[in-house]
Design a protein around this ligand. Structure first.
Ligand code: XCC
Ligand code: SF4
Length: 636
């Protein structure tokens, strides 16, 4: 049977549009190694699960309802399709929110120890950012010492997690009218721990069985992610490691170097990466690498922490989520170190096949068969030095042939919300700011956030790239994060000269400012930068009073993770029309689906949309933007 599997022929061009990935998938197949693309092709998605029509919340079940006729049956306890789907959705939000907020909490832990003087390896690098974040939540900054402010900031931000009553600190950044909508519906988050606990409780068997009420808690929990945990992760990372400013950096597998010791860091929390940067630049370790016959040590990122250091320091990025197995097939990766989230268990086996040293580093995320070298923020270099040493060892004894796809894509990355404000902000042109002005005068039709994963159920990168091309062609400025940003970087859209692909109005703005039509903002927690940019657009004026009034839309065209659902829900709850591709975990003819796709908008929130086709997705987003423009009286 296994033999038969290996012989099966695939057309790898159907799996991906990333040439480097295709080349490596072909190589892996020739080497007899299987990847997620083949596994997805062989394992059809479960149709009942895809429709979210099953429940396994208790041992009277699991209960399966009928997707074709969803109201024809109920679960053993009597749960309806709306209850079951809403509860399943709630648990996705809970898990996604937990991932981002736990990441934010790790950052806050490091920050606390830096402030207390117990961590020497990191320091407050961006004092200006520290002051502006503190001021934004009402901490006095005038004439005060940095460390005093930092202590207060730590204490305030801890409330994002631990507060049991009241509102999380960053609601101070939410436009007044948006916040009023949240208060009216009782969805202002108290603290992330409380919201996640409550959503888990409410989705237990026999508790909340009113889908509308469940969706309220979904919003409250998701907002504790977007305006809570994710925002804390972004802001603290900026304070400790520097706020990104645009820089030219490279993406793709061609940045692996055959004559160097190659190390990839893949995951989500920047701490590991920052210390790895120090280790690979340590003269002693560089000397060791040279002794071993290497020309030097070469560090690359993958997935979100990669997107973060790409934005922050210009460290090259090897590829997005669906390239993590493929890159190992190059044989050039001497070590891969991972921390948390989006790490395929299959990477361990893949690494074994190609002799890559694979390390887990976070106590939260061990993988059977992987070597665990634990990373501790108090002595981070112990871990990262060891990984470098092991990588050098592997370089000395590279087992197989090395094949590196010669693709390198340069582009501009690092658009923090501060920089977007600076670039398109100021009050020197007209009554508002150039961004708002250009939206009002119609040069820019609106702004779209295109974000999220890649997924082997669709052709890798293709949906992202086609959608974004269609949007900019129609004068919609695109902001990006995560794996989507990497897809567009590989397609060359992060270069200022990509403005030729934009409509006349957007192209003119890009040429005037010298920016690309697609702005890369960093990792998935950096979606919080997009929220802040939206709040700023409202604050500046001329585009309505709440985020729901703005001519903006969001999309995750190739999503796969529960984190994406949490992100989608917090954008929707913040007032943004958000379209997902691939599949959506609801049945169209149900009340729950109608609430997500229509009802929420009538309540003053945004709403969900779904389209698998990128052109249809673009049309939906542009129609929405036009509808908002019309309501603002700025049509045409
Ligand atoms: Fe993961 Fe964050 Fe999705 Fe990429 S985009 S597959 S969540 S790495 Ni965040
Ligand atoms: Fe079935 Fe209800 Fe138990 Fe879910 S909670 S498994 S629907 S009996």
């Amino acid at each position: 049977m296994a033999e038969e599997k290996k012989k099966k022929e695939y057309n790898f061009r159907e799996f991906s549009t990333c040439e480097a990935t295709i080349q490596m998938l072909q190589k892996a197949a020739a080497d007899g190694v299987e990847t997620a693309f083949q596994r997805a092709a062989e394992m059809k998605a479960c149709p009942i699960g895809a429709d979210s029509a099953c429940c396994k919340h208790c041992a009277m079940g699991p209960c399966r309802l009928n997707s074709k006729d969803p109201y024809s049956k109920v679960g053993v306890c009597g749960a309806t399709i709306d209850t079951i789907a809403a509860r399943n959705f709630a648990r996705m939000v809970a898990s996604g929110c937990a991932a981002h907020t736990d990441h934010g909490m790790s950052m806050l832990d490091v920050f606390r120890e830096v402030v207390n003087g117990r961590i020497a390896d990191y320091k407050i690098k961006d004092e200006e950012k520290l002051r502006s974040v503190a001021a934004s939540i009402g901490i006095e900054v005038e004439g005060r010492e940095t460390m005093e402010i930092a202590k207060d900031l730590y204490e305030e931000l801890e409330r994002t997690y631990t507060q049991v009553d009241g509102e999380i600190p960053f609601v101070s950044r939410v436009p007044k009218k948006t916040l009023e909508t949240w208060r009216k519906h009782g969805v202002v988050p108290r603290g992330a721990m409380r919201e996640i606990m409550e959503i888990m409780h409410r989705s237990h068997m026999g508790v909340d069985q009113d889908y509308e009420n469940i969706v309220k808690q979904c919003s409250r929990t998701a907002l504790a992610d977007g305006w809570g945990g994710s925002m804390v992760a972004t802001e603290i990372s900026d304070i400790l490691f520097g706020t990104p400013k645009p820089l030219v950096a490279g993406v793709n597998m061609g940045f692996l170097k055959e004559d160097h010791v190659n190390i990839i860091v893949h995951g989500h929390e920047p701490n590991l990466f920052e210390s790895m940067i120090d280790s690979v630049n340590d003269p002693e370790l560089v000397a060791k690498a040279k002794e071993a016959g290497a020309a030097g040590i070469n560090l690359l990122g993958m997935c979100c922490s990669g997107a973060e250091v790409l934005s922050r320091h210009g460290v090259p990025h090897a590829g997005n989520f669906m390239s993590t197995e493929a890159v190992i097939a190059t044989g050039a990766v001497d070590a891969m170190a991972v921390d948390v989230q989006c790490i395929k268990q299959a990477l361990v086996q893949m690494s074994e096949c190609y002799g890559t040293k694979f390390f887990t580093t976070n106590p939260r995320a061990k993988i059977e068969g992987a070597q665990h070298v634990e990373f501790h923020e108090h002595e981070p270099r112990k871990c990262t030095n060891k990984v470098v040493e092991m990588a050098i060892e592997r370089f000395k004894n590279r087992p197989g042939r090395v094949v590196i796809p010669q693709r390198r894509d340069m582009g501009v990355h690092g658009f923090s919300h501060e920089y977007i404000n600076y670039m398109l902000g100021g009050t020197f042109r007209g009554s508002y700011t150039p961004l708002n002005d250009n939206i009002i005068n119609g040069r820019i039709r609106g702004v779209a956030g295109v974000v999220g994963c890649t997924n082997p159920r669709v052709k890798q990168d293709w949906v992202h790239v086609e959608l974004v091309k269609e949007l900019i062609k129609n004068n919609v400025l695109v902001v990006q994060t995560g794996c989507s940003q990497i897809a567009l970087a590989k397609a060359g859209l992060m270069k200022p000269d990509a403005a030729v692909l934009a409509g006349d109005g957007l192209a003119e703005v890009c040429e005037t400012v010298g920016m690309p039509p697609v702005l890369g903002c960093g990792s998935c927690v950096d979606n919080s930068r997009i929220l802040i940019a939206c709040a700023e657009m409202v604050r500046v004026g001329g585009l309505g009073e709440s985020i729901a009034d703005l001519p903006v839309a969001g999309a995750a065209p190739e999503w796969m993770s529960e984190k994406a659902i949490s992100i989608g829900q917090y954008f929707v709850a913040s007032g943004v029309f958000t379209v997902f591709g691939v599949t959506f975990p609801t049945i169209k003819e149900t009340k729950f689906h109608k609430l997500l796709f229509e009802g929420l908008e009538q309540m003053g929130f945004g709403k969900w949309g779904f389209a698998a086709d990128p052109y249809e997705m673009a049309r939906m987003m542009i129609d929405h933007i036009d509808k908002k423009r019309e309501a603002l009286g700025i049509m045409g």
